[in-house]
Write a new protein. Structure first.
Length: 340
């Protein structure tokens, strides 16, 4: 499947002088090194949205090794139907069409512009899968039930619509990740059961996807939060900011502080949730300054103690279960929820 058909232009940080140091170099087929970059194992950003004074990447062609790994986890067989959430360039829809036949592939993206570009590229490659514009959280009821669902954009919850639109014993592969704390996530591979339930293990994933947008014109990132430093408390802590970035622990912290937004700085690490915030120094002895109704760092410290007592689990020891009423992340077995 020729990748260049799907990526006639993109941005990449090459280390050379970039026209725009925030976005990287803009490559087109005329740019020296274009084909080398297209056929390298790199994520190539194809769209930015200016938001809060910063260009946020809102679409890309994912690194081929990660695409391959997710497709392997999806475990498709001849005759199966697939819903992809996150059409982007259309390249992954092309790969799925090549494997299964385009009539068995549906791909949906929230951005009509991207879908309009992906269609002709897929046709040029010889494929006519069903493409749709919409919020992937809703799935695509018109095409359900599917044997498989793959989301190539990160969601912080598994939408129940997906579970309802995938056949029993079907598989959902998704990047489960929270926009406010991007390294807190992992790939999730769930098997759908009867009664609108799904459950499965998390799989380590060193790089995460961009977070799902809720509106086409805004990136899927958390909005900046202002911090009021007029009244605050301080103390020493034995849990430093960097330890909270270990993937297994970060995942547990996110489960216990669901609205968490993290701001890693050069000398400090700040977390915010609602009206509460905590800022820890990144040097020993670690000082924490905090304010608001909840001592957020105390939650981090408790979670850290629980995580250590549990053997410092990596993300592969976690899993997720979805039912019509609730969903929860667990350690080892569904009866050990992470959030208490
Ligand atoms: C990493 S790109 C997908 C790459 C794509 N699979 C490919 O092969 O080029 C993520 C895509 O998800 C889309 N997206 C973001 N939020 C979404 C949502 N709520 N529903 C559907 N698509 C969404 C973005 O517009 C973006 O195109």
């Amino acid at each position: 499947m020729p990748r260049h058909l799907f990526i006639p232009d993109f941005y990449l940080h090459t280390g050379m002088d970039a026209e725009d140091e925030r976005k990287g170099t803009h490559f087109t087929p005329e740019t020296p090194g274009y084909l080398d970059a297209v056929y390298s194992d790199q994520t190539l950003v194809t769209q930015f949205i200016e938001y809060n004074g910063w260009p946020w990447p809102t679409s890309s062609s994912t690194a081929p090794s990660l695409m391959l790994r997710m497709l392997q986890d999806l475990h498709v067989h001849d005759g199966m139907t697939v819903l992809e959430v996150g059409t982007g360039t259309g390249y992954n829809a092309g790969l799925l069409s090549q494997r299964l036949g385009a009539d068995r592939v549906t791909s949906i993206d929230i951005d009509p512009e991207l879908v309009a570009l992906a269609g002709p590229r897929l046709q040029e490659a010889g494929f006519h899968p069903t493409l749709a514009v919409g919020d992937g959280r809703n799935g695509f009821p018109e095409g359900a039930p599917f044997d498989r669902l793959i989301a190539t954009v990160a969601f912080d919850q598994i939408p129940l619509n997906w579970v309802q639109q995938v056949k029993p014993k079907g598989v959902i592969v998704c990047d489960l990740r929270h926009g406010g704390a991007p390294w807190s996530g992992a790939l999730a591979k769930l098997e759908v059961g009867g009664d609108q339930t799904a459950s499965g293990n998390l799989l380590a994933c060193p790089v995460g996807f961009m977070s799902a947008r809720t509106q086409v014109g805004t990136p899927g990132t958390s909005s900046a939060v202002s911090i009021d430093k007029t009244t605050c408390h301080g103390r020493e802590t034995r849990v430093g900011g960097s330890s909270a970035m270990s993937p297994g622990l970060a995942l547990s912290i996110w489960q216990r502080i669901p609205n968490l937004v993290v701001y890693p700085g050069e000398d400090t690490f700040t977390i915010v949730s609602g009206d509460s915030w905590a800022e820890v120094s990144l040097h020993e002895p670690t000082q924490v300054t905090y304010s608001g109704p909840e001592d957020l760092w105390a939650v981090v410290e408790e979670t850290h103690a629980w995580w250590r007592a549990s053997g410092q689990p990596e993300v592969q020891r976690y899993g997720i279960t979805v039912t019509p009423d609730r969903q929860w992340v667990w350690l080892d077995t569904p009866d050990r929820p992470v959030a208490v």
